[in-house]
Design a protein around this ligand. Structure first.
Ligand code: GUN
Ligand code: FE
Length: 466
């Protein structure tokens, strides 16, 4: 690939390379990168690396590559009710909107009819790695997984994903609850073996699709269930864990009443061995200082879901503060608490959320801190959507940025008029810097501006494939 490339470096910087040459081997991994190559030197540079008679994909003006987006938190079975129930806060929204929709996945045929278009839409939104919550149903969650087979013939050629079956054995409606710890654990183990038995891509560092433990949240899980899940996690250190934490104040109060012996909401998860370096904690809007210290110590990651936090009136998560504590942070769409499946929308709302906090604390800036109470920069937003998400998923050695040995998980972006996104019309006429095009894409772009989506070097979506 030859042309403009944007590569995240840190929370504070990214590289905007106007004439970059990236070599992707047939394994789908990046072989080498030369950051600045004059177009007259492309063939010579290829030859010097032993790349003879190899096709070069040349990007045009107004096109650039960025690493694929990582959605660290979404609910596949909530796509059918996306955009509804915005007037409720979390607990009422779960009861009135979410649980009724999720219960429909008891019917595997409904799952088959629904999940294919869900995954298709998320890929075309630019998400190359996705952390999915399914429902409590084993069969429907297996359908979500097998969907990768349907779409791509070989599942490992599709989207990179973590797929979990929700555990819920209390405080759930009678029509949508698991009857016992034993049933919940048996279904969880069955899903894990089902996903693990499929062949993996020998060139990928890890299987592209993996199971993930998914205790929905402390309210819907009894202590014996959380304890069994903690034991299962202990037997497999590589198994990721995902759950919700401290999203809504009524939820926090209810949780504390259910675990009076625990010091806090985070303390409850920790007491069952569920806080570890590959645990993904969604929301984290209302954490206490002690919980922040605990999560930092356990090296767990936070999935920031700002669209959902605004939409369900949950609050504004102090992401800058978490970053200053060295906590890993990625972005999540949290469909359908969030009303968009696109990480671009999460980026836009993460920016607004950080500005809300910066405005509220104007009289009280924290001069010694780097990120607390400040708005997130474009570099930070790009990082959270890519490299930060990779850290949260414990995949930082294989995805999240372009570097030698990592997988080529990438988006080819097109911000020219011919992409057909009216939000950007008019900007073709003048000269545009790569930094300017990136910012415009992050704030005004949508799936029309994503022409190609690659995972492990393989083209799996984007407008060019439709
Ligand atoms: N907490 C427990 N379940 C859910 C869910 O489905 N969505 C959100 N946003 N929060 C939750
Ligand atoms: Fe959620």
């Amino acid at each position: 690939y030859y042309g403009s490339v944007v590569n995240p470096v840190s929370l504070k910087s990214f590289k905007a390379l106007g004439a970059c040459l990236i070599a992707v081997s047939s394994t789908g991994n990046i072989d080498w990168i030369v950051e600045d190559v004059h177009d007259s030197m492309v063939q010579e540079t290829m030859g010097a690396h032993g790349y003879l008679d190899v096709e070069v994909v040349c990007l045009q003006d107004g096109e650039f590559l960025i690493p694929g987006f990582i959605d660290t938190h979404t609910h596949a079975p909530q796509v059918p009710n996306i955009g509804s129930g915005q007037s409720y806060e979390l607990l009422e929204w779960l009861e009135r909107i979410t649980f009724p929709t999720e219960s429909m996945f008891q019917d595997p045929d409904f799952a088959r009819r629904t999940y294919t278009s869900v995954v298709r839409r998320i890929i075309d939104s630019g998400t190359t790695t996705c952390c999915y919550y399914g429902t409590i149903h084993l069969e429907a969650t297996q359908v979500l997984f097998s969907n990768y087979l349907i779409l791509h013939a070989d599942y490992y050629l599709g989207q990179r994903a973590f797929i979990g079956k929700c555990n819920m054995d209390r405080n759930s409606p009678s029509y949508y609850i698991e009857p016992s710890v034993e049933v919940s654990m048996a279904a969880t183990k069955a899903l894990i073996s089902h996903i693990k038995q499929l062949p993996s891509n020998p060139h990928a560092a890890e299987p592209l699709v993996q199971p993930i433990l998914t205790p929905r949240f402390a309210i819907t899980c009894t202590s014996p269930l959380l304890s069994s899940l903690g034991q299962l996690a202990a037997s497999d250190p590589n198994l990721r864990i995902q759950t919700h934490i401290s999203e809504n104040l009524a939820e926090v109060t209810f949780t504390k009443s259910l675990f009076p012996e625990c010091s806090s909401y985070a303390g409850a998860y920790d007491s069952f061995g569920l806080l570890r370096a590959n645990t993904i904690l969604a929301h984290a809007v209302h954490l206490s200082d002690d919980e922040i210290t605990l999560i930092a110590k356990k090296k767990s990651g936070i999935s920031h879901c700002p669209t959902s936090n605004f939409n369900l009136s949950s609050g504004v998560a102090p992401i800058g503060k978490y970053l200053d504590h060295g906590i890993k942070v990625g972005l999540g769409t949290d469909v359908s608490g969030g009303y968009s499946p696109s990480i671009l929308n999460a980026i836009q709302n993460a920016s607004i959320a950080s500005k809300v906090i910066a405005m509220q604390t104007r009289g009280n800036p924290d001069a010694s801190a780097e990120f607390s109470n400040k708005q997130l920069s474009v570099a930070s937003l790009l990082y959270l959507a890519t490299s930060g998400g990779a850290e949260v998923c414990d995949l930082e050695n294989s995805v999240g940025s372009f570097s030698v040995g990592k997988s080529f998980d990438a988006l080819q972006v097109n911000v020219r008029n011919n992409a057909g996104n009216p939000a950007m019309w008019g900007s073709d006429s003048g000269p545009r810097s790569l930094e300017g095009m990136l910012e415009q894409f992050l704030f005004c772009g949508d799936d029309r501006n994503i022409s190609r989506v690659y995972v492990q070097g393989k083209l799996i979506g984007g407008t060019a494939t439709r």
